[in-house]
Design a protein around this ligand. Structure first.
Ligand SMILES: N[C@@H](CCC(=O)N[C@@H](CS)C(=O)NCC(=O)O)C(=O)O
Length: 200
């Protein structure tokens, strides 16, 4: 398999963490690229020009981080990241994590292209309110003692989204406001899969 990625995409990081958590790194070649520079090799496999993109052993390209996550979970059923006994709980958390990732990432990209004043636009303000509500709900729902030996997809998505917030939008000081969430996040990111893929 091949995974097209860069070092700052939260979506690509999620795919890489799943590969590590499921012990699949030896089955994949990492193809580092710049999706914003119309990378030719990326465009050849994914006309959307976005990462992550995973090329399967039979040459099919998968785009969209969640579709890649589901494919990898099926590819290697050991250590399931969406265990059937907890499906609704895990998917609920995935929704919170992905929405936090989307609102944070869109804020960063909008600022990059249109300047920080874009935060004061109607959509910018909506994104900021969504980020605040999502963090509050995660703070209410997540406790360090819920963590088990293996991570599920909801935990991976949420921890990556929180890490991305700390990396790109440090002014959203969620750690100070939600110490219980901070303890949960700190416990998750000690894992090898998070340490090896830290944003840089
Ligand atoms: N919904 C997509 C989002 C992927 C995405 O937005 N990737 C960004 C990098 S973080 C990208 O490749 N952007 C390039 C572009 O939009 O042209 C997913 O979950 O995979």
């Amino acid at each position: 398999m091949e995974l097209f990625l860069n070092a700052t995409s939260p979506y690509a990081r999620m795919a890489r963490i799943i590969l590590l958590e499921k012990g699949l790194m030896e089955s994949v070649t990492l193809r580092w690229c710049d999706p914003w520079a119309d990378d030719k090799a990326l465009l050849a496999v994914n006309p959307a020009g976005r990462i992550p993109a995973l090329v399967t052993p039979d040459g099919k390209t998968l785009s969209e981080s969640l579709l890649i996550a589901f494919y990898l979970d099926d590819f290697s059923p050991s250590m399931p990241i969406v265990p059937s006994s907890q499906r609704a709980d895990v998917l609920h958390l995935v929704g919170l994590g992905q929405n936090l990732m989307d609102a944070s990432f869109t804020t960063v990209i909008a600022r990059k292209h249109y300047g920080a004043e874009i935060d004061q636009s109607e959509l910018g303000l909506r994104r900021q309110r969504a980020i605040q509500r999502l963090i509050k709900q995660l703070g209410d729902e997540l406790h360090q003692n819920q963590l088990t030996e293996s991570l599920n997809l909801g935990e991976i998505s949420t921890a990556v989204a929180l890490d991305y917030l700390a990396f790109r939008l440090p002014e959203v000081s969620w750690k100070e406001a939600y110490p219980q969430l901070q303890a949960w996040h700190a416990a998750v990111i000690t894992r090898d899969s998070f340490q090896q893929t830290a944003f840089s």
